[in-house]
Design a binder for this molecule. Structure first.
Ligand code: PLP
Length: 471
């Protein structure tokens, strides 16, 4: 790849055991070959004037500027800007990710106006177009295997279906996702798409994907690629809306805080990335459901996974938050040896202590709030009664967490991660009001679904993928 040879920004693995690569390579690889996650070797940054100049700009232009800081020479502005324009033209709102005031000083950042009604579209619509650009004319055909807790799968299938250079297999936990979520991925009829119901939880799906990457023979044979939230380009794409939201609320002259419904720590880590790029953020609150590994880690200093409990916010039913490894690496001052030892230990025992200084660094930006099921229900109900508008259960977790925080002069923005019509049963149970069927979901119910079933077993998934892609 040309950008690995030049002075362009390079990406290193959090575990230090992989050669630095350029943006295009990290895009296609997903996970680093040593099991670590790619992260920029140095942080690029905007000046306050550059950030102020984002005010009033179309979303696609801010996206091209922010992602351009990371994409470097693989995507010069004359290539990246049209890609961003095309990606965000698929959104049903002219500003792509609009802000709505929920309460005095409390804002909802609506990230669900994309084709599959959840924030995953923001990154995935871009990612598929970046892949297409890099792969065009290369003769390469990649196999994407992606684990989903419900929304990534639909967003990935919608973005990658019909692409000539990519086959895609989605693994989802059987019975643990909503019908609308499922139908977004199972009804495309595209020949390059397969959807697999795995008999297990999301963490099993994610662990299987990681073990596929760890198998050199398999990885090479199928030209394996990953678009889970560990993919750096996804994180970069998600940093964009922190800028557009903050700038429209007065940044960089004024600080803004965020509350982020989180599971895999991708969206929340994108907020950290925005701060490294120079955005003044006061606080990021990690809002979690009863699967509260992240809130416990920030509060208690121990990162330890428990049993996954199914909740009404299934996209956050996660007990291993993959992107946390990036924050850990940053918080131990980028010591790859310490990071590798810590996460290998965690993989073996299911728990690890965060070093004191690293924990203090994390607490400098992040707080954590656990929102249980009754509180999630109450949050949907209270929002509806106060504003007449419905919010989805994931957003409700974010709003409940935000309502606990002391409201100061700093505006507080809750990331609204899914459209209520994606979770109609939970929303109706909480509020007594069924969300209207969304036009983008309507057609799904008339289409046949294609689903295969497999046990939560990496060998079975490997055999299935090989048979599908013919290798
Ligand atoms: C994926 C998802 C989340 C969690 O995002 P992470 O990046 O995994 O923290 C929250 N809400 C919804 C609706 C999602 O689809």
């Amino acid at each position: 790849m040309p950008d690995a040879m030049s002075n362009a920004l390079r990406y290193v693995s959090t575990r230090g055991g992989a050669a630095p690569v350029g943006f295009a390579d990290t895009l296609l690889a997903g996970l680093a070959p040593d099991g670590g996650l790619y992260i920029p070797e140095t942080w690029p940054a905007f000046t306050p004037d550059e950030i102020a100049a984002f005010a009033g700009k179309p979303y696609a232009e801010v996206a091209a500027a922010v992602i351009g800081k990371f994409a470097g020479e693989s995507f010069p502005p004359e290539v990246l800007l049209p890609i961003c324009r095309e990606a965000y033209a698929t959104f049903a709102h002219p500003s792509a990710t609009p802000l709505r005031e929920l309460d005095s000083g409390l804002w909802l950042l609506e990230l669900f106006h994309g084709p599959t009604l959840a924030f995953k579209d923001v990154a995935m619509q871009l990612l598929a177009r970046l892949y297409q650009h890099v792969l065009a004319g290369s003769g390469r055909k990649l196999t994407i295997v992606v684990a989903t807790s419900g929304d990534t799968g639909g967003a990935a299938v919608e973005a990658f279906r019909g692409l000539a250079n990519v086959d895609i297999v989605v693994l989802f936990p059987e019975g643990r996702i909503s019908e609308v979520q499922r139908r977004f991925m199972t009804t495309t009829g595209a020949p390059n798409v397969r959807c697999v119901a795995v008999q297990g939880a999301f963490d099993d799906c994610q662990t299987i994907v990681k073990s596929l990457f760890a198998d050199d023979d398999f990885r090479t044979a199928v030209d394996l690629s990953g678009v889970n939230s560990i993919n750096w380009a996804r994180v970069a794409a998600q940093a964009v809306y922190y800028f557009t939201a903050a700038v429209s609320l007065g940044a960089p002259a004024r600080k803004v805080s965020f509350a982020v419904p989180t599971g895999n720590f991708g969206d929340a880590f994108a907020g950290y990335v925005a701060t490294k790029l120079g955005l003044p953020v006061e606080r990021i609150t990690l809002a979690v459901n009863s699967n509260d590994i992240l809130a416990r880690t920030i509060k208690e200093g121990r990162y330890a996974s428990g049993q996954v409990t199914p909740t009404q916010s299934p996209a956050m039913d996660i007990q291993i938050a993959s992107n946390f490894e990036r924050l850990f690496f940053e918080s131990v001052k980028r010591d790859a040896g310490v990071t590798a030892a810590a996460f290998k230990g965690f993989a073996a025992t299911g728990g690890m202590d965060i070093p004191e200084a690293a924990l203090a660094a994390m607490r400098g930006l992040f707080g954590g709030e656990t929102v249980d099921e009754p509180q999630t229900t109450a949050s949907m109900k209270a929002s509806f009664e106060a504003t007449g508008e419905l919010i989805d259960p994931h957003t409700a977790v974010g709003v409940a967490a935000a309502q606990r925080l002391e409201r100061r002069a700093t505006p507080l923005v809750v990331l609204s991660t899914a459209h209520p019509a994606k979770f109609p049963d939970e929303v109706e149970a909480a509020t007594g009001r069924a969300p209207a069927m969304h036009p983008r979901a309507q057609g799904l119910f008339a289409l046949p679904e294609a689903i295969d079933r497999l046990p939560a077993d990496a060998a079975a998934v490997k055999a299935y993928v090989r048979a599908f892609v013919g290798k």
